[in-house]
Design a binder for this molecule. Structure first.
Ligand code: ATP
Ligand code: MG
Length: 421
């Protein structure tokens, strides 16, 4: 093993694996355009305060999971653990409201959380996310959830389920929290460590505890304590989802781990993933922008975990086409062959053909082996004999068939052959 190894919980992505990343990212980008979203890219590091303020002091992320360090001037910085706080910060700082309201933004990229690495859980992981700022219309929530549903369908996944809930406004939630406390108080001595800690700091998280499932099952439902506005919002959301033909399930146990959610909360679960089954999560956050010092601006968003989506694609045996195949490998011999090969590579690439020109000092048979390793469809050979007769040899690597043609016609003929495939 080399002296240098990856940091625990991170990964190198290469080879066959890249196909999945391209497939997911390309599908998302296309679909975001179809839905009218614009991309936003924010820095990977931010002031720590943005996250402690935005995500919430008592959340697991802020309490235990952040990569926080002091820079050389002693300022506390943090590698972003999620996207929403950064996008909200950027929205305020750049007055994005001047580009029209509501704004629909999407992002893709790595997030960092210090968690126990395991299947579906990394310390550096990738999310695809979207945010809508400037509308509290439930149609926005519905459209967002429809996007996520559409996205998983476009990826050709089937074993997933959309679950929705409404966790009310901050005010209505206070009342519910009291009711929950009364319910959980007598059970507390028998609950897990996390539940005992969260009882005082974040009582609603007890509902999605993976250990004390029984206790949560009989807990009072938030839906019985909703304020009028939230109730109406939730009813309308369901009406719109039905109009969009998105199947969903109401699950009052969905609370999400972040403090900033109001009203809508939702998750997408994949049934083949075991413990880490949630492939996407999101919700409404009508107070976040104001909490971060901006004008009162409602918002709603989601984040999809790419690694878990890849796992789901593998579990469902979805065929993922590689987009970066090599059409032509150009092999050559001798100085004149080299010059002719350079010219040909230029010509083929101009025509948009995926071309790999030999750039090593190997002999012809070595170059053929290389072309084989790269899975090239054709090899064009420009050796000494070819130069002397002003021709090239084209070999179809699949059938083994070889043809010799005049050098001037190579690119036309290759285009033709590729088209016929
Ligand atoms: P979990 O309950 O699994 O910890 P979460 O509530 O912390 O998830 P969010 O912050 O809502 O997750 O992030 C959205 C999505 O990002 C998750 O549904 C999941 O697919 C993915 N995700 C979150 N944390 C990780 C991680 N450490 N490694 C890989 N994917 C992750
Ligand atoms: Mg988490």
């Amino acid at each position: 093993m080399s002296t240098y190894t990856r940091i625990k919980g991170t990964k190198d992505i290469f080879g066959e694996e890249v196909k999945y990343w391209e497939y997911i990212e390309n599908t998302a980008k296309k679909l975001f355009k179809i839905y009218g979203y614009k991309e936003i890219r924010t820095p990977l590091i931010e002031k720590t305060e943005l996250f402690s303020r935005g995500i919430g002091q008592e959340t697991d992320i802020v309490q235990k999971e952040m990569y926080t360090f002091d820079d050389k001037k002693g300022r506390s910085l943090t590698l972003r653990p999620e996207g929403t706080a950064s996008v909200a910060r950027a929205y305020i700082e750049n007055s994005l409201i001047t580009f029209g309201s509501p704004q629909k933004l999407f992002y893709m990229g790595p997030m960092f959380r210090y968690e126990k690495p395991q299947a579906g859980r990394y310390r550096e992981f990738y999310q695809i996310g979207a945010e809508i700022f400037g509308t509290d219309h439930p149609l926005a929530d519905a459209e967002l959830i429809t996007f996520v549903y559409d996205f998983f369908n476009k990826l050709k996944l089937s074993n997933f389920k959309v679950k929705i809930n409404n966790i009310g406004t901050f005010e209505s939630r206070e009342k519910y929290k009291e009711v929950l406390k009364t319910y959980y108080q007598p059970l507390l001595p028998n609950l897990c460590e996390d539940c005992q800690r969260r009882f005082n700091t974040n009582i609603m998280r007890l509902l999605d505890c993976k250990i004390d499932v029984e206790a949560a099952k009989n807990a009072p439902s938030i839906l019985d304590y909703l304020d009028e506005e939230s109730r109406e919002h939730f009813e309308n959301l369901q009406k719109y989802l039905k109009a969009y033909n998105v199947p969903f399930q109401v699950d009052p146990k969905i609370v999400r781990g972040l403090d900033y959610y109001t009203k809508t909360a939702f998750e997408v679960e994949h049934s083949d993933l075991g413990e880490q089954a949630v492939v996407a999560g999101g919700g409404r956050y009508d107070d976040l922008v104001e909490q971060l010092g901006g004008p009162k601006t409602p918002g709603v968003g989601f984040a999809i975990g790419i690694e878990r989506v890849i796992e789901a694609l593998k579990k469902e045996n979805v065929e993922v086409e590689s987009e970066s195949e090599i059409d032509v490998y150009i092999a050559f011999q001798g100085e004149k062959g080299e010059m002719a090969a350079v010219t040909l590579s230029k010509e083929l690439r101009k025509k948009g053909i995926n071309t790999f020109l030999n750039i090593s000092k190997r002999n012809l048979s070595g170059q053929f082996k290389h072309a084989n390793r790269l899975n090239a469809k054709y090899v064009v050979v420009i050796g000494e004999e070819e130069i002397s007769r002003d021709i090239v040899t084209i070999k179809n690597m699949k059938s083994g068939e070889q043809t010799q043609i005049e050098r001037n016609w190579v690119s036309e003929i290759i285009v033709e052959k590729l088209r016929e495939e």
